[in-house]
Design a protein around this ligand. Structure first.
Ligand SMILES: [Fe+2]
Length: 263
């Protein structure tokens, strides 16, 4: 059994700052860390923490340091990928032990039974994402190296349309190239992403793909062409992906209500 906790879109800023003048994102992440710590003995062992992008809101070195100090109580090996709010070089410096020394922040590693792959979709200076030709080649090679192990594949921008128009306008621009590679993959593959600050489950070229919620905010599921552009302050939790002969993905809510009460 292998379990990987996925937290996404934490948008940490420096001490004293609020995102968009409104969100205390460090506080929100701190509460989620507390919540997870409080249920650790109930949910079983966790092997690693995967953070699927937008760790930082502005990509500063100080925000990555703050992020690391907030998640430190979890005591988990932590693997990160870049989101559109991240900045590649400060992120590389902050996680130097696990990220490549140069080029895109693509990586793969074995965590227990799982072959974990992280892809870099960041195009600095824009919200939309893309997989470079290097990252697409990396993906092909990393899948070939899985050797039959179940693959958990992480990228920040969902390789599917969410229906939230203003987010889809800054989606993954070369979804087709990604789809072509994974369509040929015959092993077990689960795709996990962030960016849309809400949980969605879909199928991409025959593989299950999920987006994770964000601890700090969400976007309304509003398909109208004139849907207002912006975020809601609603806080959410994270996902736990367990390999137990098959993948199970469990949403962990941000707060616990009172209980249990007898039926
Ligand atoms: Fe985000």
């Amino acid at each position: 059994m292998t379990a990987i906790l996925q937290i996404s879109d934490t948008h940490i800023v420096h001490e004293g700052a609020l995102v968009s003048g409104r969100l205390d994102t460090a506080d929100a992440l701190g509460r989620l860390v507390e919540r997870i710590s409080g249920i650790r003995d109930k949910i079983g062992a966790i092997d690693a923490l995967l953070v699927t992008g937008d760790l930082s809101d502005g990509g500063t070195a100080a925000s990555y340091d703050r992020f690391k100090s907030i998640i430190a109580p979890l005591g988990l090996p932590t693997y990160v990928i870049a989101g559109n709010h991240d900045a590649r070089e400060p992120m590389r410096a902050a996680f130097a032990q696990d990220l490549p020394a140069s080029g895109h922040l693509d990586w793969s590693r074995r965590v227990g039974d799982i072959h974990l792959i992280g892809l870099d979709t960041l195009v600095e200076g824009q919200g939309a994402g893309a997989l470079s030709s290097d990252s697409l080649s990396f993906l092909q090679a990393a899948l070939a190296q899985a050797g039959g192990a179940p693959v958990l594949l992480a990228l920040h921008h969902p390789p599917f349309a969410s229906g939230i128009r203003f987010m889809d306008k800054i989606g993954l621009t070369n979804r087709e190239a990604f789809r072509e590679i994974i369509a040929d993959y015959k092993g077990t593959l689960r795709i996990v992403c962030g960016h849309v600050h809400c949980m969605m489950v879909t199928d991409v070229a025959g593989h299950i793909a999920l987006s994770a919620p964000s601890p700090c905010s969400t976007f309304a599921y509003d398909r109208r062409s004139d849907a207002p552009v912006g975020f809601y302050t609603q806080e959410d939790g994270c996902l736990l992906h367990r390999w137990n002969g098959g993948f199970e993905s469990i949403r962990i809510g941000p707060v616990a209500g009172p209980g249990p009460f007898p039926f």
